[in-house]
Design a protein around this ligand. Sequence first.
Ligand code: NAD
Ligand code: DAU
Length: 349
Amino acid sequence: MKNIIITGGAGFIGSHVVRLFVNKYPNYRIINADFLTYAGNLENLQDIDKAPNYVFEHVDIVDATAVDALFDKYQPEGVIHLAAESHVDRSIKDPLAFLRTNILGTANLLNSFKRIHTDFEGKRFYHISTDEVYGSLGAEGLFEETTAYDPNSPYSASKAGSDHFVRAYGETYGLPYVITNCSNNYGQHQFPEKLIPLFINNIVQEKPLPVYGDGNYTRDWLYVVDHARAIDLVFHNGKNAETYNIGGFNEWTNLNLIKVLCTQMDQKLGRTTGSSEKLITYVKDRPGHDKRYAIDATKIQRELGWEPSVTFEQGLGITIDWYLANQAWLKNVTSGSYQDYYKNMYANS
Ligand code: NAD
Ligand code: DAU
C-alpha cells in the first residue's frame, strides 16, 4: 500500500478529499493527520472511518517532534497538506496563531518529508493554498498563476509565507511539490463562521444576517466536491514545481449571493417570499477587506481537463438541503467556545 498523509482531513475541504481518496484508491493507505481544532470534526468522516485503508492520527503540525514521529511511522510517498487556520476574521483577532500553524506547521511538514527521503523519485508534496495570496482585484481582470503575491490579511500573509516555503524547499533541496490556489469553497461540513453556512444557520434561527460594509464585495465560489476532484487530478497529473489556480468561473457580489440564498431558503423552509432578506443587517466592515477575487482557471482546465461539475444554483441547493437535514451537526459544532467567539465578533458592530 502507498502511504499518503492528508493533513487537516477532519476539516471542511480535507474531509471531502479524504472521502474521495479512501473510496477511489483502495491501494493507498490514507493517513488523516489532524489536531482537531474547533474546525476539525471526525463526524465529517463517519461514512468512511471504518475503511481498511483509512487511519486517523491526532497530530499538531506545529509540534516538530510529533510531525517527525508521524513521518517516521508511515514513511509517506505523498503529502496533501490542507491543515491550516482558515478564517480571515480570526486572523485579524489572533495573527500569531496563523503564523504558527500556517507557516511553521508547513515548514515542519516540509522538513520531515525532506528528512525521510534520500531519493525523491515518485514522491510528491502537495500544498493547498488560496487565491487570497494575490491580494485584491479591481473591477476588471482575473488572478493568473503569474499574478504577483500581494496578501492583505494576516491569514493571506501566512498562506503566502507557506507557499514561499514550499517553493523554497523545491528550489533549494529539490523537494518535489505542486501548489494550488483556490477560490472560495462552499458545501457540506463547512464550519458556520464562513459566509454561506453562517447565513443558512442564521436564517433557520431567524437571526440577523451580518453583511460587512455595503456588501459590494465579490468572490468566486466553487462547490467543495469540485475542489476535491481538482485536488485528485493535480496530485496525480499536475507537473512538478507548478502552480495551478482553481476557481468556479462563478463571481458573485456578497449582496447578490445573499439574495439568491434568501430566496432558496424561503422556498425550502416554506416561508413567505422576502422574509429571509428582512434579516439582512449591515455591520462594520472587515478591516483590510479585499474588494474582489476572481480566478482564471484555464490552466487546470486546459492541461488537466478539469472543470466544475455543478452550477452554483445546484451546489447551493445541495448545500442548503444538507444543513437543513443536519441540524444536530450544526448544533454540535456551534456549542461551547464558538458561542463566545460569535458574541465577541459583533460586540462593537
Ligand atoms: P477548515 O478550517 O475547515 O479545516 C482546517 C483543518 O485543519 C481542521 O480539521 C483543523 O482541525 C486542522 N488543523 C488546524 N490547525 C492544525 C494543526 N496545528 N495541526 C493539525 N491540524 C490542524 O479549513 P478549510 O476551509 O477546509 O481549508 C483547508 C485548506 O484549504 C486550508 O489550507 C485553506 O487555507 C485552504 N483553502 C480554503 C478555501 C476555503 O474556501 N475554505 C479556499 C482555498 C484554500
Ligand atoms: O478565497 C479563498 C478564501 O475564501 C479561503 O482561503 C478562506 O479560507 C475562506 O475563509 C474564504 O475567505 P473569505 O474571507 O472570502 O470568506 P468568508 O466566508 O469569511 O467571507 C466571504 C465574503 O463575505 C467576504 O467578502 C466577507 C463577507 N462576509 C463574511 C462573513 C463571515 C460578510 O459580509 N459577513 C459575514 O458574516
